[in-house]
Design a protein around this ligand. Sequence first.
Ligand code: FE2
Length: 262
Amino acid sequence: MARFVAHGSLRLDAVVPEAMNEEALKVLADGVCGVPYGTPVAEAFPEGSFSRRLVELDRVAGALRSLVGPDPLIDHHHVHIREPEGGTAQPLHGDAIIDVRPDAFDVQLMYYPQEVTLEMGGTLSVPGSHLRRTNETDTGRYQNLRGQTRLVCPAGTVVIVHHGIWHGGRRNDSAVKRYMYKIRFNPTVRQVRLWNTGDLADPAVAEELRTRFPWYENAAGRLEYHNRVRLWRALTGDDSFDLDHWVTRVTNRPNRVSRSHA
Ligand SMILES: [Fe+2]
């Protein structure tokens, strides 16, 4: 969880079995029916359907349970297809400047049924960017950022991202049609200690939260640490957690009146 809070994503390589990946190419080529905003998973994806079996795979279900809790709602889902030698690169963007919730977040699941090579134009994203709220494509003028990743992965990979991560679809420069299936989930419970928290006090947790990314400049990088601490406090319910006193300093608003002025 600390790694997700620092990176803004969780990658599960080849977590979907081969037979399901083969099936997915047919299912996704046929397209998926739209789901009204806020539909419970069980209603949106009937028992036995491909989508239901995908989100119920042990590791996928475990990750979703840890991040958004039980009974999340489907915000929307969509099959993204890039034709061979097709498409144009999307400008780098964050999806929602209006979403400034400090204590809740949606996640987007991205499933890749095929092996994605560099030429196939796997999703570009910027690790550690999810808590830096920007206005949609205002970041589009950045052609490349240090530390950005262009997804290259084995078949059956699932990536779950914080909805705020800066990302962009890429052009497909290969001769292979590329499929990606996206599902966005809304939580229905407070996102507090939803995962196995037995090791919360382990120093490795704070170390993970201190992860630095190459695009951070020294002073502005502090904003990411500050935002991570605030999210970590919300997720753990521990208002004393801090990294180098950054949040403690800026939340210090004493009420006591000095006697010399009283
Ligand atoms: Fe987007």
